[in-house]
Write a protein that binds this ligand. Structure first.
Ligand code: FAD
Length: 506
């Protein structure tokens, strides 16, 4: 028998460039999973440059990330002034005066081997007009200001429930910094003046800092934000611009002094040439406007934002410019870009922090401890590109399927070209009520259903298998489900009581 020997580790030093949410999430995850004696981890960031300073709403998988890096939920909520998020309300997106809710969790229960929404579609065809949202415990609880933990037992109605968080992104980064430094991550303050490439391999050899210091490493993680200093600028990886699908390219962010624990959800309100976010935290409200500079001047966007705030502004609105899209590859040579340096999708479904989480998880799966292997890197890049592309399709759906008339921005969104993958999905749903699901999709059927139906896309047919139930049985089944959800929501504590009960507030 040949002797099996461990290959020597190729990665003895990791340099993380940038200390925003991405940099510190990467540092926290790597310091938890890679033993410090095996590998030195250094993070360099510049207080002079600062961070983008927004990013307050998340989606449920963040809970897994926090668990993996060893965060206690109550301590995390206290430290980040966090609140619970049960979904997103979309106001005015389909048309003015209309609203719908994208809940986490799922609507109803599948029955007789057929998806729940097919039974609902049949009931609608028979004349029932109960909105689909009536079958979502998350939606009921959100509008009643209630919260509790989901149940693991699949027979419980609370197993259909799910939640994420709103939090102060700067406080989250601080919290992760303390955790990472305690686990041996070394932080360097300084501006990266130059990315030095190895003349032979073209890999990154080191980073030259403004104090003359050099940071050498085997693996470099580019978390430098929209500038993409390592992957974009130094290695020249091109950026794929998606403005033709998602035309917004500016944002204004402003906190207000409003405190609202009765609404455990994000609100997104459509305006003439963009949309406004409202994110309730324990100590303030996060607000902002995302808009298209081609359709709205900065003054118009500013005035619309300031006229629609809850509470008094705590600062002047901060302008942010961006281009939607992603880098053609996010791992090239010995550099992996994570966070805004890899790509940007507007925060309509709160997916950026999730994309950081996914990138870290995949990097750990495909960690180059045996060297930089072309197949591994290609697979990583394929999977990351797929994550961005699927989320892009979901975002485009919100814009495309609108009925807002007389507004050039919304007219353009309605008539612009769509990604083919989205066009196929919408066409199939319209025709059959069926959803083209891909295993790796972040947003599963429940999310697509909420937005497709919310935006007014009603299928022309339902699954004929639902006809195994007689109309009276169908009616009784739906009625029983609605009552159960109503009772389950009413029995939940308020968000405030739940936060206090688990020790999530000081
Ligand atoms: P940054 O925060 O920009 O950090 C970059 C880091 O690199 C900083 O530490 C900086 O100092 C450092 N750096 C840069 N250049 C140098 C240099 N030369 N030398 C040394 N250091 C350098 N995401 C969500 O999930 N939910 C949301 O609700 C949400 N809302 C958003 C709203 C808006 C308007 C925008 C624009 C984004 C939003 N995002 C949201 C995205 C979210 O803000 C980012 O994904 C997240 O903050 C990660 O940013 P980052 O760490 O990649 O970049």
């Amino acid at each position: 028998m040949p002797e099996i020997t461990m290959a020597p580790p190729h990665i003895r030093s990791i340099v993380i460039a940038g200390g925003g949410t991405a940099g510190w999430m990467v540092a926290a995850a790597l310091s938890r999973t890679i033993a410090p004696h095996r590998c030195r981890i250094t993070l360099v960031e510049s207080e002079t440059i600062g961070t983008i300073g927004v990013g307050e709403a998340t989606i449920p998988p963040i809970q897994t990330f926090n668990q993996v890096i060893g965060l206690d939920e109550a301590a995390f909520l206290q430290a980040t002034k966090g609140t619970f998020k049960l979904g997103i309300e979309f106001a005015g997106w389909r048309c003015k005066g209309h609203r719908y809710f994208h809940p986490f969790g799922r609507q109803g229960n599948d029955f007789g081997g057929t998806q729940f929404h097919q039974h609902w579609l049949r009931a609608q065809a028979l004349g029932d007009d109960t909105p689909f949202g009536e079958f979502s415990l998350n939606e009921k609880a959100a509008y009643a200001g209630r919260m509790r933990r989901p149940d693991a037992d699949p027979r419980s109605v609370y197993a259909t429930f799910a939640y994420a968080y709103h939090f102060d992104a700067a406080l989250y980064a601080q919290h992760l910094r303390a955790l990472s430094e305690a686990r041996g991550v070394e932080r360097r303050e300084g501006v990266i003046d130059e990315v030095v490439l190895d003349g032979e391999t073209g890999r990154i050899a080191s980073l030259r800092l403004d104090d003359g210091g050099m940071l050498d490493g085997d693996l470099f993680i580019d978390c430098t934000g929209l500038r993409s200093l390592l992957l974009g600028e130094a290695l020249g990886v091109p950026f794929e611009d998606w403005t033709r699908y998602l035309p917004c390219n500016r944002a204004l962010a402003v906190p207000t002094d409003c405190i609202d624990l009765d609404r455990p959800y994000t609100r997104s309100t459509a305006h003439k040439a963009g949309w406004q976010w409202r994110i309730p935290l324990q100590h303030r409200m996060g607000n902002g406007m995302v808009y298209s500079a081609e359709h709205w001047s900065d003054e118009e966007a500013h005035d619309a934002l300031m006229a629609n705030l809850d509470g008094r502004p705590l600062a002047d609105p901060r302008p942010i410019r961006f281009t939607t899209g992603r880098r053609a590859q996010s791992w090239v040579k010995n550099c992996v870009a994570i966070g805004l340096s890899a790509g940007f999708l507007e925060p309509l479904e709160s997916t950026s922090i999730h994309l950081i989480q996914i990138a870290v998880a995949k990097l750990l799966n495909w960690f180059p401890d045996m060297g930089f292997d072309a197949m591994t890197m290609a697979e990583y890049n394929r999977q990351i590109a797929n994550e961005y592309d699927r989320i892009r399709d979901f975002l485009v759906l919100h814009y495309h399927a609108n009925e807002r008339s007389d507004e050039p921005f919304w007219h353009q969104c309605r008539t612009a070209a769509m990604p083919e993958s989205l066009a196929e999905k919408m066409a199939l749903f319209r025709r059959t009520g069926r959803l083209l699901a891909r295993d790796s999709d972040l947003f599963q059927d429940a999310s697509w259903l909420a937005v497709l139906l919310g935006q007014g896309i009603m299928p022309q047919a339902y699954d004929p298998l639902t006809e195994s139930l007689r109309p009276l049985e169908l009616d009784q089944m739906l009625c029983g489900m609605r009552q159960l959800i109503e009772r389950a929501s009413a029995a939940m504590p308020t968000q405030q009581a739940h936060l206090a009960g688990i020790g999530g507030v000081m």
